[in-house]
Design a protein around this ligand. Structure first.
Ligand SMILES: Nc1ncnc2c1ncn2[C@@H]1O[C@H](COP(=O)(O)OP(=O)(O)OP(=O)(O)O)[C@@H](O)[C@H]1O
Ligand SMILES: [Mg+2]
Length: 306
C-alpha cells in the first residue's frame, strides 16, 4: 500500500523510473528512448526476444554502465549510489564472481556491502533451495550457482528486486519455490522487476508487462489488458461438417480452418457471435487450446507487431 502524499508535498520517487533512456554501442542502439515507470509493490514483467536490450536496460538502471542519453533512477537516485543499492536486490543473468569463492563468502561479502542482512531469512533461503553454502561456486552445477544468485539477491529483504531471467537453469520444483518466494516478497510490499523468457511465469507473477523489441518498447500493459487483446482459439467438433461461410463473416472471427472433425476458429474479443452461430450445429466437443496469451506475446516479438 502506498501512502497518499500530503497536498503540496513532493511525490514519492518511484522504485524505477526511466526517461528517454538510450544506450548505443558503436552504431548499435541497444536501448532506444525508453520510458518506464514501475510503481511500488508491483511485479513488473520485462519481456523481449534475445538481444532486445533487456540486460542492457537492467545494467543502466543499476548504474553499471552510463546511458548515451536520457536518465534513469531507483527510488529517485542514480543506481550506482550506495543508498540506492542497499534497497535493491539484483540477480544477474550470469553471476560474475570468482568461482573459488563459496556461497558463504558471497553472502558475507554482499552482506557487508549492504550494511547488514537478515541472517535467519538467509538460513531459511539456503534450506528452501537446498543449497550447501560451503562449496566453491566452481564445484556447483548451473542450477546451484543460480540459487547462490537468488540467495544474495533476496537475503537483505530489499524494497526492489531486479531479476534477470531468474529461473533459467532451475528445475520445475525449484522454479515453483522461486515463484512462491517472489509472491511472498511482493505481498510484503517489495517491488519486483522481472526479465524472463518464460511466458507462463510472467503471466503467473506479473501484474504489468513491458515488451521490448530492438531496444524500443512495443507495449506496456497489464496482464488483464493483454488477456483482453489476446485472441482465442476455438475448436468445434461437429456431428456433420459445418456449412462453409457460417463463421467467416462474424464479428471478431480472424481465421477459419476446416478439419476432419469440424472447424477451428481464431477469435478476437467476444466469442458470443461464434457461440450463437454454433448453436445451430450439433457440437459434440469444444476444445480451446491454451496459450492464447503466449500467442499474443509472440506476435509482439515479431517484426510486424499488432
Ligand atoms: N558491452 C556491449 N558491447 C557491444 N554490444 C553490446 C554490449 N552489451 C550488449 N550489446 C548488444 O546490445 C544488444 C542488446 O543486448 P542485451 O544483452 O541487452 O539483450 P537481452 O534483451 O538481454 O537479450 P537476451 O534475451 O539474449 O538476454 C545486443 O545486440 C547485444 O549484442
Ligand atoms: Mg539478457
Amino acid at each position: 500500500m502506498t501512502a497518499a502524499a500530503a497536498p503540496g508535498a513532493p511525490a514519492m520517487p518511484l522504485p524505477i523510473e526511466a526517461r528517454g533512456l538510450t544506450k548505443s554501442f558503436g552504431r548499435l542502439t541497444a536501448v532506444d528512448s525508453l520510458d518506464l515507470a514501475v510503481h511500488p509493490g508491483e511485479v513488473f514483467g520485462f519481456l523481449g526476444p534475445n538481444g532486445a536490450g533487456k540486460t542492457t536496460t537492467i545494467r543502466l538502471l543499476l548504474g553499471f554502465i552510463n546511458p548515451s542519453a536520457g536518465t534513469c533512477t531507483l527510488f529517485g537516485r542514480s543506481g550506482w549510489e550506495p543508498g540506492a543499492r542497499r534497497r535493491v536486490g539484483y540477480l544477474p543473468a550470469e553471476l560474475a564472481i570468482d568461482r573459488r569463492y563459496t556461497a558463504s563468502d558471497v553472502i558475507e561479502f554482499f552482506g557487508e556491502l549492504r550494511g547488514g542482512y537478515d541472517r535467519q531469512f538467509t538460513r531459511d533461503l539456503l534450506d528452501r533451495f537446498a543449497l550447501d553454502p560451503s562449496r566453491p561456486l566452481g564445484d556447483l552445477s548451473t542450477g546451484n550457482r543460480r540459487k547462490v544468485g537468488i540467495v544474495q539477491a533476496f537475503m537483505h529483504r530489499p524494497d526492489l528486486l531486479i531479476l534477470d531471467e531468474p529461473t533459467s537453469g532451475l528445475d520445475p520444483l525449484l522454479q515453483q519455490e522461486f515463484h512462491r518466494l517472489v509472491r511472498e516478497e511482493a505481498s510484503r510490499g517489495a517491488t519486483v522487476f522481472l526479465s524472463s523468457h518464460v511466458l507462463p511465469e510472467v503471466e503467473a507473477l506479473a501484474s504489468r508487462v513491458a515488451i521490448l523489441r530492438k531496444g524500443r518498447l512495443v507495449t506496456v500493459a497489464s496482464i488483464a489488458e493483454l488477456r483482453r487483446r489476446a485472441r482465442q482459439r476455438i475448436d468445434l467438433f461437429t456431428a456433420t461438417p459445418p456449412p462453409r461461410g457460417l463463421f467467416e463473416t462474424l464479428p471478431g472471427v480472424r481465421q477459419v480452418t476446416y478439419h476432419d472433425g469440424g472447424v477451428q476458429l481464431l477469435v478476437e474479443g467476444s466469442v458470443d457471435p461464434v457461440v450463437k452461430a454454433a448453436a445451430g450445429l450439433t457440437v459434440e466437443r469444444i476444445h480451446t487450446p491454451g496459450q492464447d496469451l503466449e500467442d499474443l506475446f509472440l506476435e509482439y516479438y515479431q517484426e510486424a507487431a499488432p
